[in-house]
Design a protein. Structure first.
Length: 412
């Protein structure tokens, strides 16, 4: 048997790199920048007003208040997207709307709430007179050019994971395309004579197939580009053709089923023909068997056990880190955090295998994470795993009781 951490290290070392690609920034959500982004423009591009009000010369309003208003003559109104036709002279003001360029001569903006303007008398036409009730310091109500991002500034360094606000910033600096690590193309191949995908009644010995929908969804959530390779035919020739096509198309192939020790599955034989495979026995429960290797292409094969919970667990602990590395993320390892067991977690057999138990987790009133094991811990009991939002790690031979601290990985 091999420890999980060692297996993960092997996988990460064997994983090929993908070349960066150009992508429309708006489509690059959750991708990782492969190059620094430097702004070609200042944001905002010009000094502008941060509120609706009157652009004034602050010296004209010294000492102004509601009791002693300052009276100025309005030159007209400047909406956002427009510009003042003339500078503000002594005793004058432009009515300005949020985002309008600051008129020349003005050095402050008084908000409309601090004026005699009303809905009925908006005081925005040339020649109107308005009373102002505040004495703003120079700079009040003004957003300076470049105060968000300066021209030539490093906006985001390479390695940045692009989240929604990053996409907004890229648009704001006019970076319409970005160089990022590509989303890995990941083929999903399920194997097994007993598996049925069609909507028909099951014949004796058959079951409805469940891993494909789960794995495709896991891949989508991880920001990968999943490719449905269907159910592997059990004849070797069909499997060879199917895999050959998949290798040409995919960066990674994730398969389920046929990796157990006792298996005489044709997939094992065909994979052996196509590349150098490593058949591992992981020191974990569930999901002991795992295969990986490089097929011509180079395409990395990651072979999961067929039992649905095992497939889910080994995807989470081994496949996800590989895909995160391919995506260019820095933190690729699953992050276990301490939690308090709210119930007995049962005894893990002392057989060298670390248990990963399906559990529900929530933060208690004290702010600490609390976990409770789910009842059905069998590797075929996917419905219990679906209700879990955490995996709890229990080393071999231990039986954490209620109140004990346990290492927990939050899922989703
Ligand atoms: P295997 O790893 O191929 O030996 O399969 C182990 C168990 O998982 C068997 O009971 C299979 O029927 C079941 N199994 C394998 N693949 C799937 C699948 N895609 N969906 C549901 N059950 C599966
Ligand atoms: Mg099978």
């Amino acid at each position: 048997m091999i420890e999980l951490a060692e297996a993960r290290e092997q996988l990460l070392a064997a994983c090929p790199r993908l070349d960066p690609i150009q992508l429309a920034s708006a489509d690059a959500i959750d991708c990782v920048l492969a190059e620094d982004v430097v702004s070609a423009v200042a944001v905002p591009p010009f000094d502008n007003t941060s509120l609706d009000g009157y652009a004034v010369r602050s010296a004209d309003l010294a000492g102004a208040s509601e009791a002693h208003p300052a009276r100025v003559t309005v030159l007209g109104m400047v909406p956002a997207g427009s510009a003042a036709a003339s500078p503000v002279g002594p005793g004058q003001a432009w009515k300005v709307m949020t985002g309008a360029p600051l008129p020349a001569g003005a050095d402050a903006v008084v908000m409309v709430e601090n004026s005699s303007a009303t809905k009925a008398h908006p005081c925005s036409a040339a020649g109107d007179s308005v009373e102002l009730y505040a004495a703003p310091a120079p700079g009040t109500g003004i957003r300076l050019a470049g105060s968000d991002t300066a021209r030539g500034e490093l906006v985001f360094p390479r390695g940045t994971v692009l989240r929604p606000a990053h996409l907004g910033v890229l648009a704001s600096v006019g970076a319409h395309t970005v160089t990022v690590q590509p989303r890995p193309r990941v083929g999903v191949l399920v194997t097994g004579d007993e598996l049925v995908t069609e909507a028909r009644e099951l014949a004796p010995g058959e079951i409805y197939e469940s891993n494909r929908a789960m794995l495709m969804a896991l891949l989508r959530k991880l920001n990968c580009d999943p490719v449905d390779l269907g159910i592997a035919p059990d004849q070797v020739s069909g499997l060879r053709t199917r895999l050959g096509r998949a290798i040409a198309e995919c960066d990674v192939i994730v398969s389920s089923g046929g990796v157990s020790m006792g298996d005489a599955d044709p997939i094992k034989a065909v994979l052996e023909e196509l590349g150098r495979l490593n058949w591992l026995q992981l020191a974990i429960r569930p999901a002991k068997p795992f295969a990986y290797g490089l097929l011509d292409g180079p395409t990395m094969l990651l072979g999961l056990p067929g039992n649905p919970v095992s497939a889910l667990v080994s995807f989470t602990l081994l496949v996800a880190p590989v895909l995160r590395q391919l995506l260019g993320y820095h933190n690729v390892e699953p992050e276990f955090i301490p939690a308090i067991a709210e119930a007995d977690f049962g005894a893990q057999p002392d057989d060298g295998r670390t248990g990963y138990l399906r559990a529900t987790a929530h933060f208690g009133p004290d702010g600490r994470l609390r976990v409770q094991p789910l009842l059905k811990q069998g590797s075929h009991q996917l419905s219990a795993a679906a209700r879990a939002n955490a995996l709890v790690r229990v080393p071999p031979g231990l039986s954490p009781a209620a109140g004990a601290e346990v290492a927990t990985l939050l899922l989703h």
